[in-house]
Design a protein around this ligand. Structure first.
Ligand code: CTP
Length: 399
């Protein structure tokens, strides 16, 4: 496996010298390595050796103006495929388990949305202490993976578990984690997003303010979770997320046709703001001013969500959206029944909320069992939470 981006956090321990070798091996295998060196880590290895081996600058300070202007700590933790702590000291483990954010390493760990792998290294008594074992259990529950520690003679002369895993073992653990199938591996997903454009004549169309951001984030999260994902999108100004198959359409009828040709799929998420109406006929020539009043005869568009929910090839799970400006939950519950879908993601799109075109969203997930009120999250996080809920639901229905 090649070409992944690793963020390596180096804590303060004698095993830090092995991290230099780890960087070399990872680079040989085509990975990019960026290092965060803690204050204690800098007592054992120098930033210069790390920079020379990684070919990247080394990050050390949370409050450094140069570091923050080049790459903020949030960005640093997000721009990686995997975060590796080697050596992971007792203190770094405690900080992460406790959710601390008082230096660059702990802040990056709290901010990351990527898998984390720890290679602990410490004295055997420190490793066996109730506090460290409690922290290890907490971290494992939070989804952190561990490699080592190995048993053996330690630098301090004692014998037992506490030695950091060897660079080769850490490389193998990294590559296993990166290759791990996501919870939606083997599943297929269809997502609609963006507005539709309904032409009136060769130069005019009816449209709406949808930016497509929420739908794109959902498609990205489903693909990241391993689903074979097709995104059917109306005209938007944003790029398709990685690993998503993008089909670009303009009108509701084109969107429906693209969706139907994607069937069968395991899950469909209809996040598009489809125009409910279209001009009855598209004029072949630009409509002149004096004829405009008679030009706007509308006819209903097909309802894609309803068609998918009630069709012969119904996906196992169909999720719709309800963008409302009043009585959000009641309207969404009615919509869930009227359309025949399983879930509705409801949100308030009144202008004061800034949801339309904005980065954040406050949604309610309406299912047959009731209403889940999610906190205000950025649209990426709404996508990831929804993908996780979808994975859970599909697993239960397959079981
Ligand atoms: N939808 C669709 N095809 C349409 C219209 C809507 O797939 N022609 C989907 C949207 O993608 C969304 C849900 O249906 O998942 C929204 O339902 P809808 O009843 O269209 O919402 P509104 O347009 O807001 O309806 P109303 O104006 O009645 O509130």
């Amino acid at each position: 496996m090649h070409g992944n981006r690793i963020l390596l956090i180096i804590g303060g321990g004698i095993a830090a010298y092995k991290s230099l070798e780890l960087i070399r091996r990872l680079k040989e295998r085509g990975h990019t390595v960026r290092a965060i060196l803690t204050k204690a880590g800098a007592e054992f290895v120098t930033p210069l050796s790390l920079a020379a081996l990684s070919g990247e600058r080394v990050f050390q300070d949370l409050f450094s103006l140069t570091d923050e202007s080049e790459m903020g700590h949030i960005q640093l933790s997000r721009a990686a495929d995997l975060v590796v702590l080697a050596p992971a000291t007792a203190d770094l483990m405690a900080k992460m388990a406790g959710g601390h954010a008082n230096d660059l390493a702990s802040t990056a760990l709290l901010a990351t949305d990527k898998p984390v792998l720890m290679a602990p290294a410490m004295n055997v008594r420190m490793w066996n202490s109730p506090a460290t074992q409690r922290n290890r259990a907490t971290l494992e529950r939070d989804g952190v993976a561990f490699v080592g520690p190995n048993e053996g003679e330690m630098a301090c002369g004692e014998f037992g578990p506490g030695r950091m895993a060897e660079p080769d073992e850490i490389v193998a653990a990294i590559e296993t984690l990166l290759a791990a199938p996501g919870p939606l591996a083997g599943m297929s997903a269809l997502v609609t997003a963006g507005p539709t454009h309904e032409p009136l004549d060769p130069v005019r169309y009816i449209a709406n303010r949808s930016s497509g951001r929420q739908g794109y984030a959902i498609a990205g999260a489903l693909a990241e979770a391993g689903a074979d994902t097709m995104l059917v999108s109306g005209p938007v100004a944003i790029a398709a997320p990685p690993r998503v198959k993008l089909v670009q359409v303009e009108t509701a009828r084109e969107m429906l046709a693209a969706c139907e040709s994607a069937l069968p799929v395991d899950v469909a998420v209809c996040a598009a703001a489809v125009a409910d109406w279209r001009p009855e006929a598209m004029a072949n020539q630009k409509i002149k001013k004096n004829a405009a009043h008679s030009a706007l005869k509308l006819t209903a568009n097909p309802d894609i969500l309803r068609t998918l929910s009630q069709g012969a090839q119904r996906p196992s799970l169909v999720v719709g959206f309800a963008a409302e400006t009043e009585n959000v939950i009641a309207h969404a519950q009615e919509k869930r029944l009227a359309k025949g879908c399983d879930w509705i993601v409801a949100n308030d799109v009144s202008p004061v909320t800034g949801v339309m075109g904005g980065a954040n969203n406050t949604v309610h997930l309406i299912t047959a069992k009731g209403v889940e009120n999610w906190p205000e999250l950025d649209k990426g996080e709404v996508g990831r939470r929804l993908a996780a809920r979808i994975a859970q639901a599909l697993k239960t229905s397959a079981a």
